[in-house]
Structures are given as C-alpha cells and as structure tokens.
Design a protein around this ligand. Structure first.
Ligand code: FMN
Length: 285
C-alpha cells in the first residue's frame, strides 16, 4: 500500500506465514529500494515476499526498479495498471512469479495474454484504486476466462472472509486496509485512529484524489477541502507523474476499503494474523 507498507510490515507479515508486500515506489529512490530489499531478505530469510510495480508509462522508475528486483531475485511481483509481456518475461527469467491486479474481465484477458502467473481480483469495496464489480460476479467472470490462480481482494478483514474467497474458488485472500492499523505500518497515528472510528458508510468512492477512482475516508476528504459529491478533474498521475503532490494527497487523504468497520484496535501484525487464523478456523463447516 502506497505510503503504508514498508520493510517492518513486510518482515512482520512474512514471519507470521503470510506473504507481505509493498509498492516499489514507497522506497523513494531505486537505491533506497535496493537497501529495503536487502533488509527484507535479512528479516524474512527464505520466506516468500512480494513487490508491487506500477506498470504504466507515467512511472519513470519502472525499468530501473525492475532491474533492482532482478538483482534481488524477488519471488513474487505484483503488477498494477498494465500487464506487459516484457515485464513478465524479465521476472520469469529469474524464476519469479507475476500476479496482476485486475478489476474486470477485459484487463484479465490482457494479463493472461501477457503470460502472468495469477490474477488478483480487486473487487468493489477494496482500499486504494478499487474496482466496482461485486466479488461474486468478478470471480465468476475471471474463472470463465482462465484456470490461473486467482486471489480475491476487497473488504476482507476477517478470517471467515478468506474462507469465503476460497469457497468461491479463489486461491486465497489479499488484504490491505486491515494491515494499515498495525503497529508495523508506516501510516500516521491519526490515520490509524481514524480507521478505528470508521465504518463502510464513511468510505467514499471518488476520482478526486488522483483522477483514478478509489475509496477514501469521507472525513479526510472534507478536511482536505474536497467535496465528496463532486467529480474531480485531477490528472492521471498514479503516484508518479507528479510524485510530490500525489504523495502529499495520500498522506492527508486516507484510503480505506469497506471492510474498515471490522478494525477494532491497532494490533501488532502477529496479533492480527493470529486473529485472522482463529476466525478462519472458527468459520469451518
Ligand atoms: C492506503 C492504500 C494504498 C494502496 N496502494 C496501492 C498501491 O500502491 N499499489 C497497488 O497495487 N495497490 C494499492 N492498494 C490496494 C491494495 O493493494 C489492495 O488491493 C486493497 O487494499 C485490498 O482491499 P482492502 O483494503 O479492502 O483489503 C492500496 C490500498 C490502500 C488502502
């Protein structure tokens, strides 16, 4: 998650047995990314972890970041906003896997054609740049296109929801928002406190922050002078075109998915994962 996931969160996740991930752009330069990857490998040992790459022409660091991931033989690369076969080929050249974020069948077809190894179905209600498709419909359409593994994202905050994703035939669940309110995340204390106070009804889907629709907490939009009822005229900067203003926006305008209401306190990552496992097991039928 942009400005939220860093070395500490990834290491804590991997130490509990889940696959921690972060966007390469959270390290503010490729040199910093190199150091982060050293620190992560030291912290996670041989356990798998993932790095997210924004595969879009507006990302000037794509090629150098990809070379950096190659030097570190990153086991799993999550691509967003563009499925490009040359990127997939490069990741495969070092034995890495590529899972691609999709919100609809059209993008899934492109990703399959580009040779990805799996899809992340980003459904309605997800944090960040969410889709608008109900998870039942999205998973069904993706399964009609491909036999590749699918991981479901969107408003998953409890173990029983990971079980539900598996009941739909997904390989597993992909969680964002729940991990913002952990001790290891880089989110500010006011952001974490705001999540504890928020419910699904406080989440607004708007394109006003970056030009691409995403889910944000209403209170933080209003504090930033944005009227959630209006449609924006922002350009498509996608964390990179105008990096400084984009980062500033995401620092003060807080993204969350509709599963935010399940967050009751700021836990350590280990406690959160234990709670997820307990709830997953309790939901067994
Ligand atoms: C604050 C925040 C920042 C995010 N930044 C990114 C990002 O940089 N790249 C990306 O692929 N997804 C990003 N996402 C989306 C997540 O990777 C994930 O798909 C989503 O959080 C899952 O839905 P959930 O938040 O309801 O669990 C972000 C989500 C949040 C909440």
């Amino acid at each position: 998650m942009f400005l939220v996931s860093g070395v500490d969160l990834v290491v804590a996740c991997c130490q509990t047995g889940v696959i921690g991930s972060f966007p390469a752009l959270n390290a503010r330069t490729t040199e910093a990314l190199d150091q982060w990857l050293d620190a992560i490998r030291q912290g996670v040992g041989s356990r798998p972890y993932a790095v997210n790459l924004i595969v879009h022409p507006s990302n000037p660091r794509l090629s150098q970041d990809l070379d950096c991931l190659q030097r570190h033989r990153v086991p799993l690369v999550i691509t967003s906003l563009g499925a490009v076969d040359s990127v997939v080929e490069q990741v495969h050249s070092w034995g890495g896997l590529v899972y691609h974020d999709v919100t609809n069948a059209k993008h899934a077809r492109k990703a399959v054609a580009a040779g990805v190894d799996g899809l992340i179905a980003v459904s309605a209600g997800a944090g960040g740049h969410a889709g608008t498709c109900h998870p039942f419909a999205l998973i069904g359409e993706l399964q009609a296109i491909t036999d590749l593994p699918i991981v479901l994202a969107g408003a998953i905050s409890r173990g029983r929801e990971i079980r539900a994703a598996q009941a739909l035939g997904a390989q597993g669940g992909y969680l964002g928002t729940a991990f913002i309110a952990t001790q290891e995340s880089m989110a500010s204390d006011p952001y974490k406190a705001c999540l504890l106070d928020s419910q699904a009804a406080d989440v607004v889907y708007t394109d006003q922050v970056s030009g691409v629709p995403g889910n944000f907490i209403r209170r933080s939009l209003i504090q930033a002078g944005i009227d959630p009822a209006q449609s924006g005229e922002k350009s498509l900067d996608l964390h990179t075109g105008d990096a400084a203003s984009e980062a500033k926006a995401w620092k003060t305008i807080w993204s969350a998915g509709q599963g935010v209401g399940a967050i009751g306190q700021v836990h350590s990552t280990a406690e959160l994962v234990q709670a997820l496992i307990k709830d997953y097991q309790a939901g067994a039928v």
